[in-house]
Design a binder for this molecule. Structure first.
Ligand code: NAP
Ligand code: MG
Length: 405
């Protein structure tokens, strides 16, 4: 069979542990036999980040800017234990954080729906997409353990050295904690733009929740920027498409989501998005049934799985034990990337290949062939059969072959 030509390069970012093992299987069994593709390869496994003093991560981000589309495997964010395990020079920062900052991007997540897995929330009929603001707040904080009684203040001095603000955070009577967080109008505004762009493209309503009744300056600024962006650039288009923008308090948003049908993009501040996307992932079945894409305001895209490197399964794999890790999110990271590449290159055959691979993967699960994480949540059926990591990918490959024949 003639391979399908992918016109422009794709940035491939390799990662760690079990996802690295699955990454290779997915490439070898599902992609490379069918595609003639030029991959700009960046190996972000922890050893290599350490060896390159993390320069490889910045190079990967630059490559995504150059080529426009990338796909990333999960990577270890080092902590104290990992420092020892890998004998690292430093506790390198999260590669996802570095890449997000370099691309000033917003992360969008959506569930992968299959007929035989009912969401834990009965009312959810359509996917709920989440847009997570990927800059600032507690993820770029300045914090301090207050050791004893004393006064904590918030001050702002402008670029010419003039103090414009001083306010008391707390007069401590004893030990405690303080934290300073920030955001910028520029970043919030790109976040709002990215959300409306994504939602309009996917024909979704936009919901945004914040706590502006309590945080009358900080959260209120988010609300104001969203409202201005909507009024100025989207209201007319949205109304014409039968879509709307809805602001409510974050706690009210959470309560309403539980009773909603789905079909919206839920725009979340950084921390809300971190927490709520995991809740959604698990309510839809498994962390491995979530797609994730980072979209920059310049229109470059990085596709990834939203779960981590599945460390526990990797240790089993290293001992030669059988694993049953789910590769759906990794497969969908590749199909998302190929579809976008095909759209940008105007090569419908590449888009079509991505669609067929997705169908093959969905049909595999719907036929009852699934990994352990899904066995726990799938509608019970005598056909359901738990398979290993390798067997699952082999079955997707079988189904794909039939579709391409
Ligand atoms: P994790 O890799 O997401 O896995 C947590 C648990 O979720 C697993 O032990 C497994 O549960 C289940 N799970 C997740 N993905 C699965 C899949 N594809 N198939 C089947 N089960 C799956 O989180 P972690 O173990 O806490 O983190 C491991 C490493 O990943 C950390 O070093 C962290 O820094 C990194 N991380 C990277 C990213 C990223 O690069 N995007 C994101 C998050 C975390 P059972 O053990 O019960 O089977
Ligand atoms: Mg999270």
């Amino acid at each position: 069979m003639q391979k399908i030509k992918v016109k422009s390069p794709i940035v491939e970012i390799d990662g760690d542990e079990m996802t690295r093992i699955m990454w290779k299987m997915v490439k070898d069994k599902l992609l490379l036999p069918y595609l003639d593709v030029n991959l700009a390869y960046y190996d972000l496994q922890l050893k290599n980040r350490d060896a390159t003093d993390d320069k490889i991560t910045l190079e990967a981000a630059e490559a995504i800017k150059t080529y426009g589309v990338g796909v990333k495997c999960a990577t270890i964010t080092p902590n104290k234990e990992r420092m020892k395990e890998y004998n690292l020079k430093q506790e390198w920062p999260s590669p996802n954080g570095t890449i997000r900052a370099a691309l000033d991007g917003t992360v969008f997540r959506a569930p992968i729906l299959v007929k035989n897995i009912q969401p834990a929330v009965r009312s959810w009929k359509k996917p709920i997409h989440i847009g997570r603001h990927a800059y600032g707040d507690v993820y770029k904080n300045c914090e301090y353990r207050v050791p004893e009684a004393g006064k904590a203040e918030l001050t702002f001095t402008n670029a010419t050295g003039k103090e414009l603000f001083r306010g008391t955070i707390q007069d401590f009577k004893g030990p405690g904690i303080i934290q300073g967080i920030h955001n910028t109008d520029k970043s919030i505004s790109s976040f709002a733009k990215a959300c409306f762009t994504y939602a309009y493209d996917q024909k979704l309503h936009v919901w945004f929740g914040a706590k502006d009744t309590i945080s009358k300056t900080y959260d209120a600024q988010f609300r104001k920027i969203f409202e201005e962006e909507y009024q100025k650039n989207w209201k007319a288009k949205f109304e014409e498409a039968g879509l709307d923008y809805f602001f409510t308090l974050i706690d009210d948003a959470v309560a309403r989501i539980m009773k909603a049908e789905g079909g919206m993009l839920w725009a979340c501040k950084n921390y809300d998005g971190d927490v709520m996307s995991d809740m959604l992932g698990s309510a839809y079945g498994s962390l491995a049934m979530m797609t994730s894409v980072l979209v920059s305001p310049q229109g470059v895209y990085e596709f990834e799985a939203s779960h981590g490197t599945i460390q526990k399964h990797y240790y089993k794999y290293l001992k030669g034990e059988k694993t049953s890790s789910n590769s759906m999110a990794l497969i969908f990271a590749w199909t998302g990337c190929l579809r976008k590449r095909g759209e940008l290159d105007k090569t419908p055959e590449v888009v079509e290949f991505a669609k067929k691979l997705e169908e093959a993967a969905l049909e595999t699960v719907e036929s009852g062939v699934m990994t352990g994480d899904l066995m726990l949540v799938a509608t019970s059926d005598p056909r359901n059969k738990q398979v290993t990591t390798e067997e699952f990918i082999a079955e997707v490959a079988n189904n794909l072959q039939k579709k391409l024949a």
